[in-house]
Design a protein around this ligand. Sequence first.
Ligand SMILES: [Zn+2]
Length: 253
Amino acid sequence: MNFIPARGFVLESRNFAEADKIVQLYTLSLGRIKAIVKGVRKPKSKLSSAIDLFTESSFSLHKKPSADLYVLSQAKVLNSYSELKKDFKTITALQVLADILVQSLHDTEPHPEVYSLLRETLSAMNRDNSGLESLLASFGLKFLDLLGYPLELTACVECETPLLRKKAYLIPHRGGALCEDCCPTGPSRLKVSPVELEVLKKLWTLPMEKVHILKMKPAFSRGILLTVLEYLERTVERKLKTVEYYLSVSEKI
Ligand SMILES: [Zn+2]
């Protein structure tokens, strides 16, 4: 049997049969794949820590040509991002991050830049989770750009009028923001205030490890995050099922 080495993260897992799990992995070399982990729910399994949500591990996989699923037979933890797993709100935010990747990435398309962005995002969150929502919004903007959906925020994409100190509108698949004069009416547009537009620009351009320098009130950063997530949902045309749950959890804490 030919074993395939792959470095990656677990995005989702669900129980299967008596002691197995089926996991979705995001790997550097194989993109998003599904694998079965046999016997992982038995008490003595050595694989359980490697398949925690967003633990980065090196996996050993194999697959028959006719099979849909890989078989994950060995794993070694590279980075457990343990600080992120201590707090329920942070774990729920990680589920939103996983949802973004699951809904937007097509199977078996490796994307090394997205992989690097994900590592930078997790490292920044692991260092300091106080700006979690800004980091998630920054990830969303950078991720869309890497997927080929750039977001021009400096000038109107239609008439090129500078958008500084103006409100703007985001409409999916237009390549950026539109000024008020160029924006058609309709339910797909997202209105952004001049301050929000400036913050979106910074979240998009600042390196992940610098995002924490942007200090925002919680309600403001929440609004920014929801705008980014809604724009992302409309762009990739998939619903993020975890957002509502995240909001219900994070409002209580
Ligand atoms: Zn315009």
